[in-house]
Design a protein around this ligand. Structure first.
Ligand SMILES: [Zn+2]
Ligand SMILES: [Zn+2]
Ligand SMILES: [Zn+2]
Ligand SMILES: [Zn+2]
Length: 220
C-alpha cells in the first residue's frame, strides 16, 4: 500500500484563503486579477517565484519580485524571512554558475546582478545558506507579468501553514527543540514535556515556520 500522501496547505495573502500547495499557483493567477488597483501605482514587470525547502518541500512561499531587483535583494529577503541566524555565507546556483556575496573562485559571480539578466519563466535554480549546517532552497520561476503595484520590493503572495511536528515523547505538537538532543526525535518537545526535560531552558530553540527550524541558532 502506498503511504498516505501528506498534503501541505498554505494561505493566500491576497484573499486569506487556504489552499493545497498543488493548486496555489493556479489560484494566485486568478486571485491577483481580482485585486483592486492601488492609487499612485505604475506598471512594474515582476517574476512570480515559488521557493521551497529543497529537501523539506512542506516549507514554501510564492513571491512576487520586480525583474529589476537584484539577487542580493532576493538573498536578503530569504535571510530575513526564513534563514538568518548568525550571518553565514550564502549563494545562488543558476544554470551551473554560482553567485555569492564575496566571490572566491574565478568562475563565481557576485550577487549584484539583476534577476532579468539571469532568470526566465519555467527555469529552476537553487539557494544555499550556511556552508556548514546548510539550508538548501529550490526556486522556480512560475511566470513573468506586469502588474500595478507600489512599495516593497518583494511581496509574499502565499506561504505554507506551519507543518505539525510531533513531540518525540507524547505526540502532541512540538513547540521547542532541545539543541543538545535535536539529533533524535526526543529533542522535539511540546510545552509539557519540555518542562520536564533534563537539559534545561537554555538549550531550547522555538519551533518556527522555516526550513531552518532547529538548525544552528535559528529562532525565527
Ligand atoms: Zn487568494
Ligand atoms: Zn548560525
Ligand atoms: Zn510532549
Ligand atoms: Zn536535551
Amino acid at each position: 500500500m502506498a503511504p498516505e500522501k501528506v498534503v501541505s496547505s498554505g494561505k493566500c495573502s491576497l484573499c486569506g484563503g487556504v489552499f493545497d500547495k498543488s493548486v496555489m499557483a493556479t489560484h494566485l493567477r486568478s486571485c491577483r486579477k481580482k485585486q483592486p488597483v492601488p492609487e499612485k501605482s505604475k506598471k512594474t514587470a515582476v517574476f512570480h517565484l515559488l521557493v521551497e525547502g529543497r529537501y523539506q518541500p512542506d516549507y514554501w512561499m510564492h513571491l512576487e519580485i520586480p525583474v529589476n531587483a537584484t539577487l542580493d535583494t532576493l538573498d536578503r529577503f530569504l535571510r530575513d524571512t526564513w534563514l538568518e541566524c548568525c550571518g553565514h555565507m550564502s549563494e545562488f546556483e543558476i544554470r551551473g554558475t554560482r553567485f555569492t556575496v564575496r566571490p572566491m573562485d574565478m568562475d563565481d559571480e557576485g550577487m549584484d546582478v539583476k534577476l532579468k539578466d539571469v532568470l526566465e519563466p519555467k527555469m529552476a535554480f537553487f539557494h544555499a545558506y550556511d556552508f556548514g549546517s546548510t539550508t538548501d532552497l529550490k526556486l522556480k520561476v512560475i511566470s513573468e507579468y506586469e502588474i500595478d503595484r507600489t512599495g516593497r520590493k518583494v511581496h509574499i503572495l502565499a506561504r505554507n501553514e506551519p507543518p505539525v511536528i510531533p513531540c518525540g515523547l507524547c505526540g502532541k505538537p512540538a513547540t521547542k527543540i532541545c539543541m543538545e538532543c535535536s539529533y533524535s526525535a526526543k529533542g522535539w518537545l511540546c510545552d509539557a514535556c519540555a518542562a520536564e526535560h533534563q537539559c534545561g531552558e537554555e538549550a531550547f530553540l522555538p519551533v518556527v515556520n522555516s526550513p531552518r527550524t532547529g538548525v544552528c541558532g535559528y529562532a525565527g
